[in-house]
Design a protein. Structure first.
Length: 101
């Protein structure tokens, strides 16, 4: 493993672990889940995956920032940002080997 899991890797793992699916079916299934998540988040809805965490879109207001090269003030426009908050179960699983919390 190179340290990064791609969508292709996820499709391959679904194909290997779910019997009776072709690679095309596994690909379609993964694409469908990601598309559903994308549409849900675009609509401003929260995604709660028990034992994993919550995805939600937050609105950030426009604000004044500074260009670090010229020190000139600039307006940073309002935007929507995606946030992920891991569940306690995921946090504990991630910190199992390190002994931290």
């Amino acid at each position: 493993m190179n340290g990064t899991m791609t969508k292709v890797d996820i499709i391959e793992r679904v194909y290997e672990r779910v019997g009776g699916l072709s690679k095309k079916d596994a690909s379609d299934l993964v694409e469908m889940v990601f598309d559903l998540m994308k549409v849900t988040l675009e609509n401003g809805e929260k995604i709660k995956l028990s034992g994993f965490g919550n995805f939600l879109v937050r609105d950030k207001r426009a604000r004044i920032g500074r260009n670090p090269q010229t020190n000139a003030e600039i307006i940073i426009p309002a935007r929507r940002v995606l946030s992920f908050k891991p569940s306690q179960v995921l946090k504990e699983a991630l910190n199992k080997e390190t002994g931290g919390a």
